[in-house]
Design a binder for this molecule. Structure first.
Ligand code: UD1
Length: 421
């Protein structure tokens, strides 16, 4: 298994290009199922999760092609030859559930494996299913699969999501685009990735209003067409690398980063003492010269502080001059990085959904294990600032959501190497 070695203690300087957003791309790719014509996505990130979605779409009969070093993905769902999203693919990635809405809308039937729980929590899909039932789908759960059918096609709905869910909003917006009549979806996720999906759907000929707000109105159309869409920048990759100079010292320019994607995070980062300067081309972050100030954070759906940046922010706060608290409100088991950070000398105390971080003067490099995607990068951030060597194992978690981590950071002066075995 591959490992990543980080020799800590070097101040950083340079530029990191921000890739296209994993989570946007994972919602955009299934939109290709809604039309017989090709959907082309530019600015796509090259990640194992994206490959899993490619594999899933190909298994349903889509032609999937890559151009320009995988930056461009073209998907043609001219005919859908298989309606079963198999467990073997779905179990690798929960976002696989996003094929359910589009398949049902176009083909009137779908069989999708239940994704099950994952390391960070139970993560049910009841909200997706409930909304599809409200649109007239008949659902049956058996042998670990969702058997879904809408013999007369999906019908429009006025529906209020019981909880803000990014995935359920994406699934139902796609389904409603081809449904019979006009839908109103309330309590929708406000995440920029949803807005990006709505923009793409409109480019394909859908009639979606209000993407990126809590009420989305969709006038169903009978068919959609092909389109070329550029995937938005990855705000989680952006926030992650904004933390690199904050924890290791120095300054990094994040090319392509857009401050409006990450306001709540940038506000907190500034409170810790880092300088954040936004321009048209990106964001410059300078590490604090007077130490890291403690802060209190509470994860929330967008535009609040993202749960996907909680682990990375915790790494920074381990070196703050005081006590910080982090409340995790989205997932019930998302502090698995805390014991690993403690192995590097951090002082983190977890009690239910709250972690208290008592800042220490220095971290020490150690062998650590990645437990999930965002936890793994938090350990690399800690390794950049630690004295000595950090060895990260289970780096396949990292490959799901960060491309070229080692080269992006070593181009800024970090001593980081991947050892392939
Ligand atoms: C998406 C992101 C993930 C991010 C999360 C929250 C993708 C591919 N993934 O995940 O990186 O951490 O948003 O910002 O975009 N819930 C239910 N029932 C459901 C659906 C969700 O109870 O049917 C709960 C979840 O367990 C969680 C909360 O709702 O506690 C929010 O989850 P949701 O927004 O759906 O997350 P994902 O779309 O899975």
């Amino acid at each position: 298994m591959d490992r990543i070695l980080v020799e800590g203690g070097l101040s950083l300087s340079g530029e990191i290009p921000i890739s296209g957003a994993k989570n946007a791309c994972l919602a955009l790719m299934p939109a290709a199922l809604l039309t017989q014509a090709p959907l082309t996505l530019t600015n796509a990130p090259f990640l194992s999760d994206i490959n899993t979605m490619r594999e899933l779409l190909a298994s349903l009969g889509c032609e999937v092609a890559s151009l320009q070093n995988n930056r461009i993905i073209a998907i043609a769902a001219e005919s859908i030859s298989n309606h079963v999203a198999e467990y073997d693919i779905v179990r690798k990635m929960r976002a696989s559930i996003l094929v359910l809405g589009p398949l049902l809308a176009r083909e009137k039937k779908a069989v999708v494996s239940l994704p099950g729980g994952c390391a960070i929590g139970a993560r049910p899909v009841d909200i997706h299913l409930n909304a599809l039932e409200a649109m007239g789908a008949k659902l049956e759960l058996k042998e670990g699969y969702i058997f879904a059918e809408a013999k007369k096609g999906l019908k429009a709905v006025d529906y209020t999501f019981s909880t803000v869910s990014v995935g359920a909003t994406a699934n139902i917006v796609m389904a409603a685009s081809l449904a019979d009549g006009s839908s109103v979806l309330r309590n929708c996720a406000l995440e920029p990735e949803i807005q990006d999906l709505c923009d793409c759907l409109n480019g394909m000929g859908a009639k979606v209003k209000g993407g990126g707000t809590s009420i989305i109105e969709i006038e169903g159309v009978s068919e959609l067409s092909g389109h070329t869409h550029s995937v938005i920048a990855d705000r989680i990759e952006l926030g992650t690398y904004m933390l690199a100079p904050a924890i290791a010292g120095g300054e990094i320019f994040l090319r392509g980063g857009r401050i409006e994607l990450i306001e709540s995070f940038a506000k907190i980062l500034r409170e810790t003492g880092a300088e954040v300067i936004s321009s048209e081309d990106g964001i410059l972050v300078k590490g604090s010269k007077n130490g890291i100030a403690p802060v209190n954070i509470s994860t929330q759906p967008f535009p609040g502080f993202p749960t996907d940046l909680q682990a990375q922010m915790m790494a920074l706060l381990t070196l703050s001059k005081g006590i910080s608290t982090l409340n995790e409100n989205i997932f019930e088991n998302r502090f698995m990085h805390a014991p690993e950070l403690n192995r590097m000398g951090a002082k983190i105390f977890v009690d239910g959904g709250t972690a208290t971080v008592e800042g220490v003067n220095a971290l020490k490099g150690a062998p650590v294990m990645a437990t999930d995607l965002r936890a793994s990068i938090s350990l690399i951030l800690a390794g950049l600032a630690a004295q000595g060597q950090t060895i990260l194992t289970r780096v396949y978690h990292l490959d799901r959501g960060y491309e070229n981590v080692c080269s992006k950071l070593s181009n800024c002066g970090a001593d980081i190497t991947r050892i392939s075995t």
